[in-house]
Design a protein. Structure first.
Length: 126
């Protein structure tokens, strides 16, 4: 059976992941996961132990993860340190490899910028 790009949002595992979160954060997480899952070539899977949704690309491997927390949602890029389009958007200068974008319930998802970052992240390692 083929998974649709938004299966991670509608799975029982995803519902369990966001259930303890405040409703605005759960909704933000669902929107962000659906947006990332719609990027060509990415497939998402809930990683219960990590409390995240991990996204892989068939040629590039692990690209990013969405980590919902009580007050924010983070989009972590596996090789974020190498991303040129993340300037001023991505946090985590003290991290060796990854970088992340953190969104609060009042924030708009920067759809275009995330699209550029996803394309760049895939191109770096594919």
């Amino acid at each position: 059976m083929l998974n649709s790009v938004i299966d991670p949002v509608y799975s029982r595992a995803f519902a369990d992941l966001v259930e303890p979160l405040p409703t605005p954060i759960a909704e933000l997480t669902a929107r962000l996961v659906a947006m990332v899952a719609a990027h060509p070539g990415l497939s998402g899977k809930v990683a219960t132990g990590w409390k995240a949704v991990n996204f892989r690309h068939s040629a590039a491997g692990q690209i990013c993860s969405v980590f919902p927390q009580a007050e924010s949602v983070s989009l972590y890029f596996q090789h974020g340190r190498l991303l040129g389009h993340g300037e001023g958007l991505l946090l985590g200068d003290g991290l060796k490899q990854g970088r992340y974008l953190r969104l609060g319930s009042e924030d708009d998802i920067p759809v275009d910028q995330i699209g550029f970052l996803l394309a760049e992240a895939i191109a770096l390692v594919a």
